[in-house]
Design a protein around this ligand. Structure first.
Ligand code: AMP
Length: 495
């Protein structure tokens, strides 16, 4: 455990990544549609890099996917292989030097790289490589990984080069990489951020979430395993997989399931929607409260509230499930607005209660999480303003007490309402009649995983990666395991 520096203030990557390899057809449009499906993972910038067998083509712009590309942009992105990226915004840092995919040509060939996650020792490696003459154009982690890999590729084949880079970098990463016209996917040895493999009619895709495979009418093959390298064959005919590292425990991010991922995605064997409904059922088991109506905070609270209401009704509770809050979908992300004033105004613009559902009734309102407390605070007041008799707040995650250093923009420690307050203090502050969070055990139970296999840093303050960049027990490298037949290979010996 470490308290560490407040890395949340520095550049972190909270993103969506994709890569495709097709049998002759241009990769640009499938990549574009896949990025659309991953838009919720990043709204600051969008980019695609393709390779036509001779050279790389790149288009990266600030803004949403639909605005970042026009037909002409897609037409010039030639070639049947490519990668893409959407980047998540952070308050105050709108900076295109960190927009991705990062692409560059080295002596060892061209490289493109899309990264979701956050390294904890990027500065050290950057300093070392800068000392060796590498020139950096951004302060992001991704460029550090690209330079390190390019350097290894001068002396080693692709698999060994990736393995050596993975050995040096610490932290969370799901990467899609283009080396010349070959697309690869890499997931960090703890599997912190998601990455999966899909089969298309005429090729293969790697993507942060399976929803990106669905939009291309593909089929989910499986998740990329923690510590695994997957290389898509350039003709779209298949993939080779190499289990390069294996750790005793994984560190899957539970918050992907609670908030970040799309409910229609399947991650590490769990459909996110089902997990959220199960979490809702467990809220009822742990802290169900009698009320006339239960309602979600749209959109993320929906599956939780339906699971909660179902479990309540099964036990005979006389509670109605209703959509008592309407969301204006044209208001942007309130979360990342720079001032508290702007965030409060935006919550009001975004959510409006339906008086008839609420007036004169006791209400249980369910959201996935409380971060700064802005939403709950405003909501409780709004519901009282339209005549709610009682307002009970139930949350589908444990209290968030510490920042995320692994790739989700949470807020700084000082901003987190639960960092130094008890649940009772928070209840009082948001003005609710009652407030309950879900327990960590309930989260682990709903995911079907042990606590030891989850990253729970934001709810415990204990991180599976040492955020000061020092090795942890988990960094002990274990022998490479054997692969499965046909498309799986064991890694080369470390030399
Ligand atoms: P807050 O209003 O600061 O307490 O934030 C909680 C609200 O923001 C909840 O409604 C969540 O659905 C949403 N939320 C939670 N985590 C994030 C995040 N990392 N980025 C954007 N929104 C979030």
């Amino acid at each position: 455990m470490t308290d560490g520096r407040d890395l949340a203030d520095g550049p972190t990557e909270k993103c969506g990544v994709v890569g495709v390899s097709l049998d002759g057809r241009a990769a640009a449009r499938p990549l574009y549609y896949a990025l659309y499906a991953l838009q919720h993972r990043g709204q600051e910038s969008a980019g695609i890099v393709t390779h036509d067998g001779f050279q790389q083509h790149s288009h990266v712009e600030m803004g949403l996917v639909g605005d970042a590309f026009d037909e002409g942009d897609l037409d010039q992105l030639n070639g049947p292989t490519g990668i893409g990226h959407v980047r998540y915004p952070t308050a105050g840092s709108v900076d295109n030097s960190c927009a991705q995919p990062f692409s560059v040509s080295f002596k060892s060939g061209s490289l493109g790289m899309s990264h979701n996650g956050n390294l904890v020792n990027a500065d050290e490696i950057r300093d070392e490589l800068a000392g060796l003459g590498h020139a950096f154009t951004s302060d992001g982690d991704t460029e550090v990984i690209a330079h390190d890999l390019a350097r290894n590729l001068l002396e080693e084949d692709l698999v060994r080069a990736v393995k050596h880079t993975m050995k040096r970098i610490h932290g969370s990463y799901s990467l899609t990489i283009m080396h010349d016209d070959t697309v690869l996917g890499v997931r960090d040895p703890e599997g912190n951020r998601p990455l999966c493999i899909g089969k298309l009619d005429d090729g293969y895709i790697l993507a942060s979430e399976s929803a990106a495979i669905d939009v291309l009418d593909g089929e989910l093959v499986r998740d990329v395993r923690p510590g695994e390298l997957v290389i898509l064959q350039p003709d779209g005919g298949g993939f080779d997989a190499y289990q390069l590292f294996e750790r005793e425990n994984t560190a899957h991010c539970f918050f992907e399931h609670v908030y970040f991922a799309r409910p229609d995605s399947e991650i590490d064997g769990n459909l996110v929607y089902e997990v959220r409904r199960e979490l809702g059922r467990r809220i009822w088991e742990e802290s169900g409260v009698e009320s006339d109506v239960v309602m979600p905070v749209p959109d993320s609270g929906r599956a939780f509230a339906s699971g909660y209401a179902e479990a309540a009704q099964e036990e005979g509770a006389d509670v109605e499930f209703a959509e008592g809050l309407m969301k204006n979908r044209y208001v942007g992300r309130t979360f990342i607005m720079p001032t508290q004033d702007a965030r409060e105004r935006a919550v009001r613009l975004k959510l409006n209660p339906i008086r008839d559902v609420v007036e004169g009734r006791s209400v249980t309102v369910i959201d996935d999480s409380i971060v700064r407390g802005t939403t709950s605070n405003q909501l409780v007041q709004l519901l009282r303003d339209v005549g709610a008799e009682e307002v009970h707040v139930r949350i589908g995650a444990p209290a968030i007490v510490a920042p995320c250093y692994m790739g989700i923009d949470m807020a700084t420690r000082e901003e987190l309402i639960a960092a130094d307050r008890s649940t009772e203090d928070i209840r009082e502050e948001i003005g609710a009649d009652s407030l309950a969070y879900l327990s960590i055990d309930a989260v682990a139970g709903a995911l079907g995983q042990s606590r030891a296999d989850l990253c729970l840093g934001c709810v415990t303050g204990e991180y599976p990666y040492d955020i000061d960049g020092e090795a942890t027990d988990r960094d002990v490298e274990r022998p490479v395991i054997g692969g499965e037949p046909e498309d799986e290979r064991t890694a080369p010996a470390d030399d």
